[in-house]
Design a protein around this ligand. Structure first.
Ligand code: S3P
Length: 169
């Protein structure tokens, strides 16, 4: 089997990108990279703080710079933030030397997996479900157009998703 240099996971908040990415990397003997976590480490602050102080635009700039940096890392599985598809300039960075996998997840699953989450600023309001629905309507076509593989994750264990991704790359 000849593996792609990089596997890039895209999809909404609560799709399981980090869980699945970590497992997938372990199975392939690749390094796991999580762009949000690396941004936090570099910045010495968490994402809510970055949104508070620099606004969403400040976070998006950091995200683009991070995706550019990580796009040259071989033998990696990259978990991206759900909004990585919101800037056109990110597309070539996500596509570079990679197979892009869209972890497609129902709104119900997204709600379930992000319930009580405090580290996602876009969901800290009166209507997190409404936000997830609006973001899904906006972003689902973007994830789909970017993806080489669309993988449904509902009612599947992370292990099964990883198996199915490996069978398709
Ligand atoms: C965001 C998703 C988050 C994080 C930030 C913004 C988004 O990542 O990048 O809170 O715009 O959907 P996860 O998808 O890993 O939760």
């Amino acid at each position: 089997m000849s593996l792609p240099k990089r596997i890039v996971l895209v999809g909404p908040m609560g799709a399981g990108k980090s869980t699945i990415g970590r497992l997938l990397a372990r199975e392939l003997g690749y390094r796991f990279l999580d762009s949000d976590r690396i941004i936090e480490e570099r910045c010495g602050a968490n994402i809510p703080w970055i949104f508070d102080v620099e606004g969403e635009e400040g976070f998006r700039k950091r995200e683009t710079a991070m995706l550019a940096e990580l796009s040259t890392e071989p033998e990696t599985v990259l978990a991206t933030g759900g909004g990585a598809v919101m800037r056109d300039e990110n597309y070539p960075l996500l596509k570079k030397d990679s197979v892009v996998v869209y972890l497609r997840t129902s709104i119900e699953q997204q709600i379930e997996r992000t319930r009580k989450d405090r580290n996602r600023p876009l969901l800290q309001n009166d209507d997190p479900e409404g936000v997830l629905r609006r973001l899904f309507a906006l972003r689902d076509p973007l994830y789909t157009s970017l993806a080489d593989i669309i993988m449904y994750t509902d009612r599947k264990s992370p292990r099964l998703v990883v198996r199915q991704v490996i069978n398709r790359i």
